[in-house]
Design a binder for this molecule. Structure first.
Ligand SMILES: Cc1ncc(COP(=O)(O)O)c(C=O)c1O
Ligand code: FES
Length: 398
């Protein structure tokens, strides 16, 4: 299979070889059911318990507060539904316009089921306004669900400041921390967060395993109903190898997170040099409060997809922070909410690094990007500021 310079780690990450090694015995030798009464199953149960402790340690939680799920999407669905079921008399939800579809589409569905949803706006930097949050809250607000860090721009929201405001109104606070866990130190013991979602495949564990943190004392109705697994909070025989892998990945992340500066330095060099060597480009989103591994850059007057295809020819994997995601012709809802001009919106690229990214890989990207942009701009009919008339077309593509 073809390998590449992989700068798409916010989409998914490589499974760490130590994670694979930890998982293997649970795919071969130890296949017992952790709920079984016999010793064979019991030893698997012990390994699951250890993995729970490893995940809890990464986010400063108690192991009884960790529920294993199948992915981040399930975690978000389960958290939102549980929070609403715990307070059936309240019918209002607050979220933001820039959430992942695994939150936004749940909220849209809830709107058809009698809930009212406030979608907080973001400014040009991708930040929300805390006063807009407070103004939107009422005694009827059951839940505030806001992401820790944005998957497209890496912009980090002030979660604890948000949480303090949420608590003033007695609502529950859910945080989609899928992009933050493993990149940002978290401590649930000193946090205002009630429910927090994480996903294995974003932190070098395999796909198909995640976890939901449920603060002790928060009433939680299971999303999947059936057997008594996960102390009755998530039915279904456990994905044991996945759980063991997530535990190992969490343990490795705890060590790695202390050294994340290295990754940040590579990201900063990539960003700074691209801005210096390529005219008419800018970073999308606030640069200060941001994940250390992510940069989203808008290259004016060209199409993001064309840049991606050219990068692909050089064996470089990145992602379009802008348009046509998954075959849809809609530009990114995140960048649109930030009010980016049409000319930047369509030419935005996300580079997301990992602990495996090397200086030599960054050098290669820095070598080819100016050539790609120059070639595409030479072909573009809109390669100057007169293209700003296109602004008026935003309505058409929106
Ligand atoms: C912010 C955020 N939330 C949720 C998800 C969904 O996670 P999963 O792919 O594990 O369902 C993602 C994955 O892209 C994400 O970036
Ligand atoms: S990038 Fe596809 S429509 Fe603009």
């Amino acid at each position: 299979m073809q390998t590449c310079i992989y700068l798409d780690n916010n989409a998914t990450t490589k499974v760490d070889p130590e994670v694979v090694e930890a998982m293997l015995p649970y795919l071969t030798q130890y296949y017992g059911n952790p709920s079984s009464m016999h010793t064979f199953g019991g030893q698997v149960g012990k390994a699951v318990k250890q993995a729970r402790q490893q995940v809890a340690a990464l986010i400063g939680a108690d192991d009884s507060e960790i529920v294993f799920t199948s992915c981040g999407t399930e975690g978000n669905n389960a958290a939102i539904r549980a929070a609403l079921q715990a307070q059936p008399e309240k019918r209002h939800i607050v979220t933001t316009q820039v959430e992942h579809p695994a939150v936004l589409n749940v909220c849209k569905q809830l709107e058809t089921q009698g809930y009212t949803v406030t979608y907080l706006s973001v400014n040009r930097q991708g930040q929300i306004d805390l006063d807009e949050l407070s103004a939107s809250m009422t005694g009827n607000t059951a839940l505030v669900t806001i992401m820790y860090a944005n998957n497209e721009t890496g912009v980090v929201f002030p979660i604890e400041q948000i949480g303090l405001r949420v608590k003033e109104y007695g609502a529950l606070f859910h945080v989609d921390a899928v992009q933050a866990v493993g990149k940002v130190p978290l401590n649930m013991k000193t946090s205002t967060v009630d429910l927090l979602t994480l996903s294995g495949h974003k932190l070098h564990a395999p796909k198909g395993i995640g976890a939901l943190y449920v603060r002790r004392g928060v009433r939680f109705r299971p999303f999947l109903v059936g057997g008594h697994q996960e102390r009755g909070r998530r039915a279904g025989t456990e994905n044991v190898p996945g759980i063991i892998g997530l535990g190992k990945a969490a343990e490795l992340a705890q060590t790695y997170i202390k050294d994340i500066k290295h990754e940040q330095q590579l990201r900063d060099r990539l960003e700074k040099t691209l801005l210096e060597t390529i005219p008419d480009c800018e970073v999308n989103g606030e640069r200060k409060n941001r994940l250390p591994n992510t940069t989203n850059i808008g290259f004016k007057y060209i199409e993001g997809e064309a840049i991606l295809l050219s990068l692909n020819q050089y064996g470089i994997c990145a992602s379009s922070g802008s348009a046509c995601t998954s075959g849809s012709l809609e530009p990114s809802h995140v960048l649109r909410s930030m009010g980016l001009p049409y000319t930047t919106l369509h030419g935005s690229i996300r580079f997301s690094l990992s602990r495996y990214t090397t200086a030599a890989e960054i050098d290669r990207v820095l070598e080819v990007m100016p050539l790609i942009v120059e070639r595409l701009r030479a072909l573009s009919p809109f390669n100057n500021d007169q293209a700003d008339w296109l602004q008026g077309r935003e309505v058409l593509v929106g």
